[in-house]
Design a protein around this ligand. Structure first.
Ligand code: NAD
Ligand code: TYD
Length: 339
């Protein structure tokens, strides 16, 4: 059985990835996560007693803690998702983005090479390519032109991963994915925030004129894409993953209101995000041609299923919004102490 260590497994994509892999493969899985505000072990409650799964609380920027985790976990492969991930937070304070996304990635690479890890998948973002005008899409050869502190720190981490391959011959692969949506997404991101506000009858804050465009992919498709690159990708390569679903923000918000059953009077156009990227769109031809990956979900079905999930799990959102979920680690793992 292969052993895969996932970093950031208590976050949105990481927890979906752990669920996805346990359902489709017989791999041993370790989850290394610092449990920042975005890390929520409640997302993993249904697998915490699975003997194929083990949790390690550690900060990727803490070399000793990472070393100790790898010593115990002995993974064959690493899928690296841990990151500070929210653009608006990076506008307010970029420092944690540098510490986690840059320093943390290097600490992890160094430890992985020392411990003989065979393969390292770095999960990155299309935001490293910057912003598009009305035409064109990002290919793997597009220039790296990040515009926010978040995307700049991700671009830097991509370069560190690339350098580890080039300099040390370490088997690394990079995925660059478009905007994800689906279950367990922290309600600071557009879709879960708007669903939660609409369900509560609160205003929906749309930045600027709402005409910015994102290319939406269901998180389950992203997880399948990461697994495809882990298993079938080529060392040193970059793979774009997209959803073939470009939508303007205002169109997404209007559709969400319909799905929740609320009216457009809840929409508020608010001050724009500083440096707001206009448009993202992924050209996914390479991963389709070379690894046979295409997304399965249509945006219409994926969005309806996602709204249904948030309706069925209103309690989850309420606990996240109140901060109550942060007591869960102590309740569940307090007896273990910290590493
Ligand atoms: P998230 O914010 O929901 O989760 C991040 C996780 O990383 C949390 O569990 C958090 O506790 C953990 N973490 C943060 N700092 C850490 C540290 N120093 N040490 C250990 N763990 C730490 O993020 P997400 O949306 O699930 O994104 C996961 C990855 O995918 C990120 O690398 C992000 O850049 C990338 N990505 C996200 C999207 C998207 O639409 N959400 C799109 C493309 C790529
Ligand atoms: P977000 O979910 O933060 O993802 P990203 O900035 O990484 O693409 O935002 C998606 C889009 O929605 C982006 O154009 C900004 C916009 N947005 C709003 O209009 N209002 C909001 O409250 C948020 C959080 C985002």
């Amino acid at each position: 059985m292969k052993k895969v260590l996932v970093t950031g497994g208590a976050g949105f994509i990481g927890s979906n990835f752990l669920h996805y892999v346990l359902a489709h493969r017989d791999y041993g899985l370790c989850n290394l996560d610092a449990l920042t505000y975005a890390g929520n072990l409640e997302n993993l409650r249904s697998i915490e007693d699975d003997e194929r799964y083990r949790f390690f609380k550690a900060d990727i920027a803490d070399a000793e803690a990472v070393d100790e985790t790898l010593r115990q976990a002995k993974p064959d492969c690493i899928v690296h998702l841990a990151a500070e991930s929210h653009v608006d937070r990076s506008v307010q304070d970029a420092r944690p983005f540098v510490t986690t996304n840059l320093l943390g990635t290097q600490v992890l690479i160094d430890a992985a090479m020392r411990h003989g890890v065979e393969r390292f998948v770095h999960v990155s973002t299309d935001e490293v390519y910057g912003s598009l005008g009305p035409e064109g899409r990002f290919s793997e050869d597009s220039p790296i032109q990040p515009n926010s502190p978040y995307s700049a720190s991700k671009a830097g981490s991509d370069f560190l991963v690339r350098a580890a391959h080039h300099t040390h011959g370490f088997d690394t692969r990079i995925t660059r994915c478009s905007n994800n949506y689906g279950p367990y997404q922290f309600p600071e991101k557009l879709i879960p925030l708007m669903v939660a506000n609409a369900m509560d009858g609160e205003p929906l804050p749309v930045y600027g004129d709402g005409q910015n465009v994102r290319d939406w992919i269901h998180v389950e498709d992203h997880c399948r894409g990461i697994l495809t690159v882990l298993e079938d990708g080529v060392a040193g390569e970059v793979y774009n993953l997209g959803g073939n679903a470009e939508r303007s923000n205002i169109d997404v918000v209007r559709r969400l209101l319909e799905l929740v059953g609320k009216g457009e009077e809840l929409i508020r156009f608010v001050k724009d995000r500083p440096g707001h990227d206009q448009r993202y769109a992924i050209d996914g031809a390479k991963v389709e041609r070379e690894l046979g990956f295409t997304p399965n979900w249509t945006f219409e079905d994926g969005l309806a299923a996602t709204v249904q999930w948030y309706r069925d799990n209103a309690e989850w959102t309420a606990r996240v919004r109140s901060g109550a979920y942060q007591g869960y680690y102590e309740e569940q793992y307090g007896h273990l102490g910290s590493q």
